[in-house]
Design a protein around this ligand. Structure first.
Ligand SMILES: [Zn+2]
Length: 253
C-alpha cells in the first residue's frame, strides 16, 4: 500500500494549528512522524504530504492534495487535533470521511483511538478541502482536543500513532497480500473513480468498459460496489476503480 500522510498545519506563519494546553502543530508532528515510521516499518510506502512552506492556508492545503494526487497514493490520512475554545469542555476523537471507501477506513481507526480511552465522537462527513480534492479514499483524524485537560492527560503520541497504524493496517506487521481475481463485466458500463462524489466527476475520467473478463490485482466488496485495482493504468488512466455490483461479477481466482 502507498499511504499519503498529511501532518496538519505546521506551515508558519499562515497555516498554524490550534493552541490549547498543548500546541496542535507539535502534536500532529509527533503523531504523524511516528505514524510514518510505523507504516514504513510494516513494509508500506509512505509519501509525506506535508509542505515545507506555504504562502497561505489555501496554498498549504492545495500542496498537500497535489502531493497525494501526483504520487497516486492509495489512502490519504490527514492528522489533526481539535480545539473548542473557550468553553463547553468537549473532549474525544472524531474522524472525517466523505465516501463509503473512506468511511470503511475511518471506522477502524476511530475504534482503535477510542480503545485508548478517548470519547467516541463518531465518523463525520464534513467535506474538508483535503477530503474533497484528493482523488483517493481520504480521512481526516481529529485525534483529541488540545484544550481538554482530560484529553491531554490521556494523550500519548506513541499510543495514538500505534492506534492509527493498527486501524489502518491491522495488528499484523505483514504487508497485506493482494487477492488476485477476475472482474467479469456483464453489462457495458462506466467505471467510477474512487469517490462517491460523482456529481463533480470530470466526464473525461469516466470510460466505457465493454463486457468481458478483466484481471484485477486486488479487490474488495463495499456497499454495492466492487473496488478493484487493475494491473495497469490502461483503464481510464487510473489503476483503481469502483464498479457498481449490478454491472459486474467478481470471480475469485
Ligand atoms: Zn487542525
Amino acid at each position: 500500500m502507498k499511504f499519503g500522510i498529511d501532518i496538519g498545519h505546521n506551515c508558519p506563519p499562515r497555516d498554524i494549528g490550534a493552541s490549547g494546553i498543548k500546541k496542535e502543530d507539535d502534536l500532529t508532528k509527533d503523531v504523524g512522524n511516528r505514524l510514518i515510521n510505523k507504516l514504513k516499518a510494516a513494509g508500506h510506502t509512505v509519501i509525506n504530504c506535508t509542505p515545507a512552506s506555504a504562502s497561505s492556508v489555501n496554498d498549504s492545503l492545495r500542496k498537500r492534495v497535489n502531493t497525494a494526487n501526483n504520487n497516486n497514493v492509495d489512502i490519504f490520512v490527514s492528522i489533526h487535533f481539535n480545539a473548542f475554545q473557550p468553553t463547553n469542555n468537549p473532549r474525544g476523537s472524531e474522524v472525517f470521511a466523505i465516501s463509503n471507501a473512506a468511511r470503511g477506513i475511518a471506522q477502524p481507526v476511530l475504534k482503535e483511538i477510542v480503545a485508548l480511552g478517548f470519547k467516541d465522537r463518531g465518523v463525520k462527513n464534513t467535506a474538508f478541502y483535503v477530503l474533497r480534492n484528493t482523488s483517493m479514499p481520504a480521512i481526516l483524524v481529529e485525534c483529541c482536543f488540545v484544550d481538554s485537560q482530560a484529553d491531554m492527560d490521556l494523550f500519548d503520541a506513541e499510543k495514538m500513532a500505534e492506534a492509527i497504524t493498527v486501524g489502518l493496517i491491522g495488528e499484523s506487521n505483514d504487508t497485506p497480500t493482494p487477492q488476485p481475481a477476475t472482474l467479469r463485466i456483464t453489462t457495458k458500463t462506466i467505471l467510477k473513480p474512487s469517490t462517491d462524489d460523482s456529481g463533480n466527476l470530470d466526464p473525461a475520467t469516466l470510460v466505457d468498459i465493454e463486457t468481458g473478463d478483466y484481471p484485477v490485482l486486488d479487490s474488495r466488496f463495499e456497499e454495492r460496489h466492487f473496488w478493484v485495482k487493475w494491473p495497469d493504468k490502461s483503464k481510464a488512466n487510473r489503476d483503481e476503480h469502483f464498479v457498481f455490483e449490478e454491472f459486474a461479477e467478481l470471480i475469485e481466482s
